[in-house]
Design a protein around this ligand. Structure first.
Ligand SMILES: NC(=O)c1ccc[n+]([C@@H]2O[C@H](COP(=O)([O-])OP(=O)(O)OC[C@H]3O[C@@H](n4cnc5c(N)ncnc54)[C@H](O)[C@@H]3O)[C@@H](O)[C@H]2O)c1
Ligand SMILES: O=P(O)(O)OC[C@H](O)CO
Length: 346
C-alpha cells in the first residue's frame, strides 16, 4: 500500500482521499486553513465541502504542508487552478525527494493559457518531480463519496506511470482508464466548464432539452476545435474526459458551473453568484482564457464568446442566445473539417 498526500481539502480532494482510503492506502489530507483542518480532525467529517462522508482512520488531517508530504510516494493536487502555482512554490522546500505529482484540477490560466500540468512543470524543478499526471473525467465528488459507479481517465506522457496511478485509484466503484493524450484530457476537463455555464444559463432562462442538446453538441465542436489547435488528439473529446465530462457537468445540479450559470440565467450578476457559491467555479476564469486564445488565434468559438460577454460585459443572456441562433448559416460538419485540417497540418 502507498503513502499518498492529498493537497486540497475541498470537495474533490476529500472524495478522492476516500477512494484512496477505500483502497487501503495511507492518506494525508492537507487543508490550507488551520481552523478547517481542526474541524475535520474533531468531527472526522468535512461538512463545509462534502456532506454525509465520514473520514476513516487511514486519512490523517494536516494543516502544515511540509508535514503533510513527509514520506509520501505520491502527491495529489486537488486545489482550484488559481491556487496551483502558489501550492507548487510552497512544495519545493517541503519535498525532500522527487515526487510523482497527480493533479485533478480542471482549468486553464488566463493570460498565460497554461494547462495545470504546465504550471506544475514550470514551478516544481525537474529534480523534485518524477512525473506529472492528470486525473479527469465525469466525476462529481458527491456521487464518488456515496461510492456510486464513476469512471475517470488518468494521463501522462509516461504511460507506465499512468498505469501505476490507475492501480492506486481503481476499485469496483471507481473505474480508471489510461490515455496517452495529456493535453486532450486536461483540456476536455477544463473547457467543458465553459459550456456547463452555458447549460445552466439556458436552464435559468427556462429553455428546454432541445437547447441543452444543442449546447452540448455545438459546445463539443468548439471545445474540440480549440483543443486540437492546442495539440490535443481530437478523438479524446469523444471519450470520458471530453463528451463524458461535458454531459455530466451540463446536466447535473451537483455542478457548480451549471448552478452558477443557472443563477446568471435568472438575472443575478457574476459577483453575487460567486460570493454565494462559496466553492470554486472554474469555468469563469477558463472562459476568459479560452476567449482570449480564440481571439488571438482566430478560432471560431461563438458559444464561448457569448458566455464571455454575459460574464464580463453584462450582456443580456436572452440577447446572446438570439445572436447565436441567427448567426450566418453553416454546414454542420464544417467544424469537423476544420479540426481534421488542423490535425493534418501537424
Ligand atoms: N468537486 C468536484 O466534483 C470535482 C470533480 C472533478 C474535478 N474537480 C476539480 O478539482 C479542483 C478543486 O475543486 P473542489 O471541488 O475540490 O473545490 P472546492 O471549492 O470544493 O474546494 C477548494 C479547496 O481548495 C482550498 N483552497 C483554496 N485556495 C487555496 C490556496 N490558495 N491554497 C490551498 N488551498 C486552497 C479551499 O480551502 C478548499 O479546501 C477544481 O479544479 C475542480 O474543477 C472538482
Ligand atoms: O462542479 P463542477 O461544475 O466544478 O464540475 C465537477 C466535475 O468537473 C464534474 O466532472
Amino acid at each position: 500500500m502507498a503513502n499518498i498526500s492529498v493537497l486540497g481539502a475541498g470537495s474533490w480532494g476529500t472524495a478522492l482521499a476516500l477512494v484512496l482510503a477505500d483502497n487501503d492506502h495511507q492518506v494525508r489530507l492537507w487543508a490550507h486553513r488551520v481552523e478547517h483542518a481542526e474541524e475535520m480532525r474533531k468531527t472526522r467529517e468535512n461538512k463545509r465541502y462534502l456532506e454525509n462522508a465520514s473520514l476513516p482512520d487511514n486519512i490523517q488531517i494536516f494543516d502544515d504542508l511540509t508535514e503533510s508530504v513527509e514520506g509520501s510516494d505520491y502527491i495529489l493536487l486537488a486545489v482550484p487552478t488559481k491556487a496551483v502555482r502558489e501550492v507548487c512554490r510552497s512544495l519545493i522546500t517541503a519535498l525532500d525527494s522527487p515526487a510523482t505529482v497527480i493533479h485533478a484540477s480542471k482549468g486553464i490560466e488566463p493570460k498565460t493559457y497554461k494547462r495545470v500540468s504546465e504550471v506544475i512543470t514550470e514551478e516544481i524543478p525537474e529534480e523534485k518531480r518524477r512525473a506529472v499526471i492528470v486525473l479527469s473525467g465525469p466525476s462529481h465528488a458527491e456521487e464518488v463519496a456515496l461510492r456510486q459507479p464513476t469512471t475517470v481517465t488518468v494521463s501522462s506522457e509516461n504511460l507506465e506511470i499512468a498505469e501505476e496511478v490507475q492501480s492506486l485509484f481503481i476499485n469496483s466503484q471507481f473505474r480508471v482508464y489510461t490515455s496517452p493524450d495529456l493535453v486532450g484530457v486536461e483540456l476536455g476537463g477544463s473547457l467543458k466548464n465553459i459550456i456547463a455555464l452555458g447549460a445552466g444559463i439556458s436552464d435559468g432562462l427556462e429553455y428546454g432539452d432541445n437547447a441543452k442538446a444543442a449546447l452540448i453538441t455545438r459546445g463539443l465542436a468548439e471545445v474540440a476545435r480549440l483543443g486540437t489547435s492546442m495539440g490535443a488528439n481530437p478523438l479524446t473529446f469523444s471519450g470520458l474526459a471530453g463528451i463524458g465530462d461535458l454531459i455530466v457537468t451540463c446536466t447535473s445540479s451537483h455542478s457548480r458551473n451549471w448552478r452558477a450559470g443557472f443563477k446568471l440565467g435568472k438575472g443575478e450578476n457574476l459577483q453575487t453568484v460567486l460570493a454565494d457559491m462559496g466553492m470554486v467555479v472554474e469555468g469563469v476564469r477558463t472562459t476568459e482564457a479560452a476567449f482570449q486564445m480564440a481571439e488571438e488565434q482566430n478560432i471560431n468559438m461563438p458559444i464561448t464568446s457569448g458566455i464571455y460577454y454575459i460574464l464580463f460585459k453584462d450582456a443580456n443572456p436572452r440577447e446572446v442566445v438570439e445572436q447565436l441562433m441567427t448567426r450566418v448559416r453553416r454546414h454542420e460538419m464544417e467544424d469537423l473539417v476544420d479540426v481534421l485540417d488542423q490535425k493534418m497540418k501537424k
